[in-house]
Design a protein around this ligand. Structure first.
Ligand SMILES: *Cc1c(COP(=O)(O)O)cnc(C)c1O
Length: 371
């Protein structure tokens, strides 16, 4: 049996028919940019996530850039970012002309180390900070960091590309952010049929600036108040997302169920399994194991390869270690935990509608490989 790390082809009955007839309808009407589908999507997301303002855009990286610019980050401003995240978080800061300061990881949660974060904020007085909520949850200190940032006039942008559907203290995690972003890359929890992204905020002024920035800084059709981007979500992507939203609860439920089976199994195992603290209800985006015994990690990975079981290493290298970070990074704060963490990270396969046999096969195989 082969078990992919991720399989996006397990569509619900009727999904492809609905998508096909939508493509036909939008094509016949040449509704390609903006229009009803995009407006409906923003409304649905606002309701589903309980956030006042939703601004869709072309992808999750643009969403971070737009959020940074919306809060006023520009040339040479300092921005704290986690040292463990997807490269887009780093890129976004550079692409708006600002300077990233990376913050070491807290090895117990995969989030930023809070003491290092506070220390760096006091030392560097950054204009903004970004947190990346990886794996389907976030740092257990999220509320402390939110509060600290407000008290210290630091704009906090929450890169929520991996936490669509995650709840924090029983509410959508995006709800109490100053400004949060997400990605609709197909492999994310809510994925499009291509690229897409969104910015979430309850602040009307920020949402208005963000909206203009996604559309050439337009105040009116040929009046431009800002230098922005062409970062509009197209109608076909919005339509695909609108259909997908009808199934999102069952997809998330299926992911959560797989994650909890892994969790139960890994409790008794000789592998350090990281799970969110109790304030979170995870979305089941991925599973996270830390295997600091690198010989054992290689043995498992080799064994999985031979058996045809997919696995992930999210992420195998810290931001401060990327070749592209040379000369771009303003400072690295911490003691290098991020390097150890990234070398030890291992993820079991998780995706919606994984079959029981696939989960069992994965677990049984792991059982044979781990002493
Ligand atoms: C996917 C991802 C992004 C980038 O999203 P794109 O839509 O691919 O641009 C940014 N940050 C994190 C944490 C991500 O996982």
């Amino acid at each position: 049996m082969k078990v992919p790390f991720i399989d996006l082809k397990r569509f619900e009955d009727g999904f492809i028919d609905r998508w096909e007839s939508k493509v036909r309808e939008l094509s016949i009407n040449t509704s390609f940019i903006g229009g009803q589908e995009v407006a409906v999507l923003e409304e649905k997301l606002s309701e589903y996530l309980d956030i006042s303002h939703v601004v869709t855009c072309s992808n999750g990286t643009d969403a971070i850039q737009i959020a940074l610019r919306a809060v006023g980050v520009e040339n040479d401003d300092l921005v704290l970012i986690p040292d463990v995240t997807f490269w887009a978080t780093f890129e976004a800061v550079i692409n708006v002309g600002a300077k990233p300061i990376t913050i070491d990881v807290d090895k117990s949660s995969g989030g930023v180390d809070i003491e290092t974060f506070f220390k760096a904020a006091k030392e560097f007085k950054p204009k903004a900070a970004i947190l990346a909520h990886l794996y389907g949850w976030a740092t257990p200190y999220l509320n402390d960091i939110r509060k600290f940032c407000i008290e210290n006039s630091i704009y906090l942008i929450e890169d929520g590309a991996q936490c669509f559907g995650t709840n924090y203290f029983g509410e959508s995690i995006y709800k109490n952010a100053q400004i949060a972003t997400t990605s609709f890359y197909p492999a994310k929890v809510l994925g499009a049929a291509g690229d897409g992204g969104a910015i979430f905020t309850n602040n009307y002024e920020l949402s208005e600036i963000a909206r203009k920035l996604t559309n050439h800084g337009r105040d009116e059709h040929y009046g431009h108040g800002y230098v922005g981007w062409n970062s509009r979500l197209d109608a076909l992507q919005a339509a695909y997302l609108n259909i997908s939203l009808d199934y999102i609860d069952s997809r998330i439920e299926s992911r959560r169920s797989t994650c909890s089976i892994y969790e139960n199994y890994l409790k008794d195992k000789n592998i350090h399994h990281i799970k969110p603290n109790q304030d979170f209800e995870e979305n089941g985006y991925t599973n996270l194991c830390i295997i600091e015994d690198h010989k054992l990690k290689s043995k498992i990975e080799q064994g999985f390869k031979e058996l045809g079981i997919g696995y992930g290493n999210i992420y195998p290298g810290a931001m401060s270690d990327q070749n592209g970070a040379t000369n771009k990074i303003h400072a690295f704060c911490g003691i290098g935990n991020s390097k150890v963490f990234c070398k030890s990270v291992f993820n079991l396969p998780v995706f919606p509608y994984m079959k029981n046999e696939e989960i069992e096969f994965t677990i049984n195989s792991l059982d044979k490989l781990v002493p």
